[in-house]
Write a protein that binds this ligand. Structure first.
Ligand code: KG4
Ligand code: ZN
Length: 357
């Protein structure tokens, strides 16, 4: 089964072609990602209108390149998958509408993929991880701990009540005058800094649920920075190190709580799977390893380019759904919000495959 996947929910315009064998093994035939970082850098964050326009301008070319690199034509492939949300609605509309047009013209099935589901299933493409596993998804837009029990069968164990972890890194970077995206810059500064100079809070630590809260940490950091203003280079390094250490401590505690909830509800996980751009952070990876080891499971971290937004994860999720006969009609709407728990139908209730139109 060969699937084209399209991703346009945020600031990456991406398309990929992925093959899924009958035994369920995956192979990436092409994976093209065009980042819009330069378009948004001056604003210190993603500007939705700029993102949507950039997707319109680039998507045809990116799809053409993905198809050419994979040596495929629209006639050869078995389905078109597009991220139908959650995300910035303008971008989602661009990707989903394009996928619908390709599906309609070539009489191929459309698979409307939930972007979070695609992150959740990536470990099966890269590592063949079997169900059930515990997903830690941390990106600029999402922070969740999820029990992945099957395709379409997800239990959210915890999520952020305010900012996402990546967003907190980005806001910290902006506050300290570092560039965008902030995560890598904060990490680089933190490497040289003193993590115990500033006593920042560890929000939610010790709570029995597995939820996160990051906005208080960000505010506390701002107050510390204001107290010592004007801040010099060493202050920036120490603020970054103190911030990152607080995040690491929070992640460790929240994951311990999440894995406890996982075992109560689903038994032992086959692994702890990390996804999202924040998983690129070495200090966070280290603590994920430690927590996985503590609970007697393994840490699975897909390669960085598959942890961040990409088309291969959308194509793969499309393939996993199509293999179960799950397809979508051309009237499928784009979603700005689309919690994992709302994905329908669940595994075991697969609808028969149907051609669009
Ligand atoms: O998954 P992703 O590429 O895009 C979405 O947000 O969907 O994640 C990007 C986020 C940004 O907030 C970025 O600052 C953060 O991941 N990030 C990091 C690191 N690299 C990227 N955060 C902390 N440390 C990093 N090394
Ligand atoms: Zn994402």
């Amino acid at each position: 089964m060969i699937i084209l996947g399209i991703e346009t929910t945020c600031d990456e315009t991406a398309a990929a072609v992925v093959e899924r064998s009958e035994s369920g093994r995956g192979k990436i035939l092409s994976n093209i990602v065009l980042s819009q970082v330069n378009e948004h850098a001056a604003f210190g964050g993603v500007v939705p209108e700029i993102a949507a326009r950039a997707h319109v301008e680039a998507l045809d070319l990116i799809i053409g390149k993905a198809m050419a690199d994979a040596g495929q034509t629209f006639q050869n492939i078995d389905g078109i998958a597009a991220a139908a949300g959650p995300g910035l609605i303008g971008g989602v509309i661009v990707g989903l509408t394009t996928a619908k047009a390709i599906a309609l013209v070539n009489e191929k099935p459309l698979i409307a993929v939930n972007h979070l589901e695609a992150h959740a299933l990536t470990a099966r493409l890269t590592d063949g991880t079997s169900f059930p596993y515990c997903l830690f998804l941390a990106s600029g837009g999402h922070t969740q701990i999820v029990a992945v029990r099957g395709v379409g069968d997800y239990v959210r164990l915890g999520s952020t009540v305010d900012d996402a972890i990546g967003e907190a890194f980005d806001k910290t970077a902006k506050l300290l005058g570092l560039g965008y995206p902030g995560g890598p810059q904060v990490e680089a500064e933190a490497k040289e800094g003193n993590p115990s100079r500033f006593a920042l809070p560890r929000p939610m630590v010790g709570k029995p649920n597995a939820d996160f809260s990051l906005s208080g940490l960000k505010t506390a950091l701002r107050l510390e920075a204001e107290k010592i203003a004007p801040i010099g280079d060493e202050d920036v390094r120490d603020l970054c190190a103190s911030f990152q250490q607080a995040v690491v401590d929070v992640v460790a505690d929240r994951l311990r709580a999440g894995l406890k909830l996982f075992r109560e509800r689903c038994g032992n996980p086959t692994g702890l799977v990390a996804a999202g751009g924040v998983a690129a952070n070495e200090a966070i990876r280290k603590v994920l390893h430690r927590v996985a080891f503590e609970v007697g499971t393994v840490l699975v971290v897909p390669p960085a380019e598959l942890c961040t937004d990409n088309g291969a994860m959308i194509a793969w999720a499309g393939a996993e759904r199509l293999a179960l006969g799950l397809t979508d009609g051309l009237d499928t709407p784009p979603h700005a919000r689309w919690p994992l728990s709302d994905i329908a139908p669940r595994a075991g209730q697969a609808a028969p495959a149907r051609k669009p139109g």
